[in-house]
Design a protein around this ligand. Structure first.
Ligand SMILES: [Zn+2]
Ligand SMILES: [Zn+2]
Length: 106
């Protein structure tokens, strides 16, 4: 069984998690987390999620944010995280109704 590699925020009461792919090594996870906005101290001993790091606000509600697992809402540009502000653009769906993400011809 593959394990998801995850790093959690060390702020008390903060629920933020950064999830990585099961194939990524521990070093790669920290690197990816840092790239996503997390604060990682030397050796990855203390982690700070982007929200705690930049706003000092703990993530108190879990949601779909790929960066901090915080709760998200529908913003003008996509699904926006309440906590770290990360935005996932809406997939190219709707509008017409059956338009699907571009891919190889069916
Ligand atoms: Zn945090
Ligand atoms: Zn977030």
């Amino acid at each position: 069984m593959a394990l998801h590699r995850a790093v959690g925020c060390d702020t008390t009461g903060c629920l933020a998690l950064y999830l990585s792919t099961p194939t990524a090594g521990p070093d790669l996870v920290l690197f990816a987390a840092e790239r996503a906005g997390w604060g990682v101290t030397a050796g990855g001993l203390v982690m700070r999620c982007p929200s705690c790091r930049t706003h000092g606000l703990a993530v108190t509600e879990r949601g779909n944010c790929p960066v901090c697992t915080g709760s998200t809402h529908d913003g003008p540009h996509g699904e926006t995280c309440h906590h770290c502000g990360h935005t996932v653009p809406h997939p190219a769906v709707d509008e017409i109704g059956d338009e699907v993400v571009a891919g190889p011809a069916r």
